[in-house]
Design a protein around this ligand. Structure first.
Ligand SMILES: C[S@@+](CC[C@H](N)C(=O)[O-])C[C@H]1O[C@@H](n2cnc3c(N)ncnc32)[C@H](O)[C@@H]1O
Length: 241
């Protein structure tokens, strides 16, 4: 695919092509640094199946792909895919700086038409982009169908994402933190009000781990397990085709 910027008819394209200069740092600040460990856990969950071919879906600046490259066995094929050229540019720079550029192929593409044959990949991982693809997004169903298409039988879809705590007390604290910390700090550091208002609102409204599991089973995955992180404010789901 070529990398000519385009404007897909999707609600979030504008947000993800206006990448603030300190994008990664802002992510670390608003998650109190926990995103770093959570992506590492997700990479390890991807690698438990000892994949020969893996994809970081909606890879952004490439942190999950970098973790896959660090922890995988020599010879594992690692791909990262995103539709935002500025995100991909940062991902490639980071891979180069980490001397991992040879191990990762970053691809410009769209999650609803992945450039892989049927049953090709052993693992698809996604970090902090599943909410974007499923919450009030018309491509929700087609994205899940496409992941199922490219995964081989028994291949895994590993999702690390914010979630909705079941406990009313934790939920109230979480929503307060989104309103009082994530939105103002994100807006202040990035200068992008709509991006960080969307982030906090969609996270406050997003699904519980059980609902995410039900959605994956309805889409056609054979089994789905999950582990809650930080009292249910986030979680890792592992869905098997
Ligand atoms: C919140 S960022 C997460 C990035 C990265 N995975 C991480 O862990 O930080 C969401 C990413 O999803 C990408 N994205 C959203 N919709 C997409 C689509 N339909 N096709 C490809 N990429 C998409 C955006 O460009 C953005 O890089």
């Amino acid at each position: 695919m070529n990398e000519k910027p385009r404007t897909p008819n999707q609600p979030l394209y504008g947000i993800f092509t206006a990448v603030p200069p300190r994008y990664d740092l802002i992510n670390h600040i608003i998650t109190l640094g926990m995103d770093i460990r959570w992506r590492r856990l997700a990479a390890k969950a991807c690698l438990e199946g000892q994949p020969k071919r893996a994809l970081d879906l909606a890879c952004g600046t490439g942190d999950l792909a970098l973790n896959l490259a660090i922890y995988s066995e020599e010879g594992t094929e690692i791909n990262g895919l995103d539709y935002s050229p500025p995100m991909l540019e940062r991902a490639r720079e980071k891979a180069k700086r980490a001397r991992l550029a040879q191990k990762i192929k970053f691809i410009y593409g769209e999650v609803t038409s992945l450039p892989f044959p049927d049953d090709h990949l052993d693992c698809v991982g996604i970090s902090f982009a599943f909410r974007n693809l499923t919450y009030k997004n018309p491509i929700c169903t087609s994205h899940l169908a496409e992941v199922l298409r490219v995964l081989r039988k028994d291949g895994r879809y590993v999702i690390v994402e914010s979630s909705q705590p079941e406990s009313q007390f934790v939920k109230r604290l979480f929503h307060f933190y989104l309103r009082a910390f994530v939105t103002p700090v994100g807006v202040l550091l990035s200068g992008n009000r709509s991006a960080y208002t969307y982030l906090a609102q969609s996270a406050a409204d997003f699904f519980t781990s059980e609902k995410i599991k039900a959605m994956l089973i309805t889409a056609g995955f054979k089994t789905v397990g999950y582990r809650e992180l930080f009292y249910g404010a986030a979680g890792i789901h592992i869905a098997i085709k």
